[in-house]
Design a protein around this ligand. Structure first.
Ligand code: 4AD
Ligand code: MG
Length: 461
């Protein structure tokens, strides 16, 4: 029976076990060879000793190179080396798949992340990308655990939609129309009535609006699914396809929203510190020094909560030279967000009460008639990791705002119904999952924390 390498324990010493995996490295000397075998279940892999006691030795060694897949049976022993607790004395080796040493792109030297992006199908076989995959998985598990333990219901919101949640017009069109022969209406415009759904449809930018409908029936829900944005921003923080977690709570205001966001983030950080120690140590040593301390510091301190208006004062008085200047009413750039979290407060900051003009139509209007009950959570290295708000639950105010923004109300009739039939105060937020993985691992580019990144000009694999 095959055992996963991470499951090998002290009690298995002196037992005959079988492991399967890929060769990370092989070192040959006159009388024996060392193979490091990795099956992805952990970072370190297992050291295999191949010698006279191994069937077909030394012939078998000639066919084994980095990247080969092997099934190895042998006896587990205490390792004399300091690097590992045990090693396997191979009795028999079966080569499952040979690997052409000439052309295999993952040789034992260090590769740049840019290069590894061009072989995204093989990069999970490197230490860094294996560690990222395991940590990403742990964060997804922690997400479900947090919301389930707190009574939230997991909701699958649609991927194809006719409404633009953020109203920013950054949507990818979904169509089955023949692009060579587009049907036209009498005004010469494309006739989407003949399209698959009988209307214009797109990939969703957010599941929030549908999430609100379920929150306004089941109280607390969360979504965790893909979101798509056709924003042409070639940055290290943006993807065209990313995963978002969107909780929505009925009978909740902005303060409840902030509390939930802070508790959820801290829960995730604590979870990886406790459950991904080997990978976290790796990130701390090789990717970003001090990553573990960075996470611990966040766990031990309350987030700073601050009005947008106060933040503008701080930014205007900062001695730092920003590329973009700020005035009350301007949208904050990543450099401003990072300054507040990294340099000024030195901890996560929740900015609230933004000017209405720079936020989405659905946010609750404050009594001052200029700001809305919005919140963004800003963290070091990333900037905005969470965006959320209390929602406008007053039908008249919501309709007025939609009219001001020229939004086609007919597409949102069902959303408006929520304000007609038993409207309740409610609030929610969206966390960009890759930005969380980026922060936790200390990686620099968001394209390296999702298995197959999609960004302008890139949809390979
Ligand atoms: O601030 P955003 O646009 O908010 C919403 O979509 C709301 N509907 C959420 C809600 O209230 N339910 O996006 C939320 C988060 C951002 O804070 C950011 O972390 C992430 O989603 N995000 C992206 N991540 C990667 N690439 C992109 N292009 C992203 N755009 C937003
Ligand atoms: Mg935002």
């Amino acid at each position: 029976m095959r055992i996963r390498i991470k499951d090998i324990k002290e009690k298995d010493i002196d037992k005959i076990i079988n492991v399967k995996g890929w060769v990370r490295s092989i070192r040959n000397s006159k009388e024996f060879s060392f193979i490091v075998l990795n099956d992805g279940s952990n970072l370190a892999g297992l050291q295999i000793v191949v010698d006279q006691n191994t069937k077909d030795y030394p012939k078998i060694i000639e066919k084994i190179s980095t990247g080969c897949s092997l099934s190895i049976t042998g006896k587990l022993v205490k390792s004399p080396g300091k690097e590992q607790a045990f090693e396997l004395k191979a009795e028999s080796i079966e080569i499952l798949g040979e690997c052409d040493a000439e052309s295999y792109p993952l040789q034992k030297k260090k590769h740049t992340f840019e290069f590894l992006r061009t072989i995204a199908h093989l990069r999970p076989r490197t230490n860094t990308f294996g560690a990222i995959a395991r940590t990403r998985n742990a964060l997804a598990y922690a997400t479900h655990k947090f919301f389930q333990e707190n009574g939230f219901l997991y909701l699958n919101s649609p991927i194809i939609t006719a409404s633009d949640c953020e109203g920013a017009g950054q949507m990818f069109r979904v169509t089955t129309l023949d692009l060579e022969k587009l049907p036209k209406d009498k005004n010469g415009k494309i006739n989407f009535e003949q399209d698959f759904f009988g209307k214009s449809t797109f990939l969703t930018v957010s599941g929030q609006l549908e999430g609100e409908t379920y929150a306004c029936a089941l109280s607390d829900i969360y979504t965790f699914g893909p979101s798509f944005r056709a924003e042409n921003s070639n940055t290290s923080r943006h993807l065209a396809e990313f995963w978002m977690i969107e909780p929505e709570m009925a009978f909740a205001d902005l303060k409840d929203d902030m509390n939930c966001a802070e508790n959820y983030l801290k829960y995730c950080l604590k979870y990886v510190l406790e459950n991904c120690q080997e990978d976290m140590n790796f990130f701390d040593k090789f990717i970003q020094k001090g990553t573990i301390e960075k996470l611990q510091h966040i766990l031990n301190n309350p987030f700073e909560r601050l009005d947008y208006t106060k933040a503008i004062d701080i930014l205007k008085n900062a001695s730092k030279n920003f590329e973009y200047s700020v005035e009350w009413g301007s949208d904050l750039q990543s450099e401003h967000e990072r300054y507040l979290a990294e340099e000024y407060f030195k901890k996560p900051v929740i900015l609230i009460n933004y000017p209405q003009e720079i936020k989405s139509f659905y946010m609750k209007q404050n009594n001052d008639n200029k700001t809305v009950a919005a919140m963004d959570v800003l963290i070091a290295g990333v900037g905005e990791i969470i965006g959320g708000s209390q929602r406008e639950d007053n039908l008249d105010l919501l309709v007025k705002r939609m009219d001001e923004l020229n939004l086609p109300k007919e597409n949102y009739w069902w959303y408006l119904d929520l304000r007609k039939y038993g409207s309740v105060p409610h609030a929610g937020f969206g966390l960009g999952f890759e930005r969380l993985v980026l922060f936790v691992t200390g990686m620099e580019n968001i394209r390296d924390v999702i298995p197959f990144p999609r960004y302008p000009g890139h949809a390979e694999f």
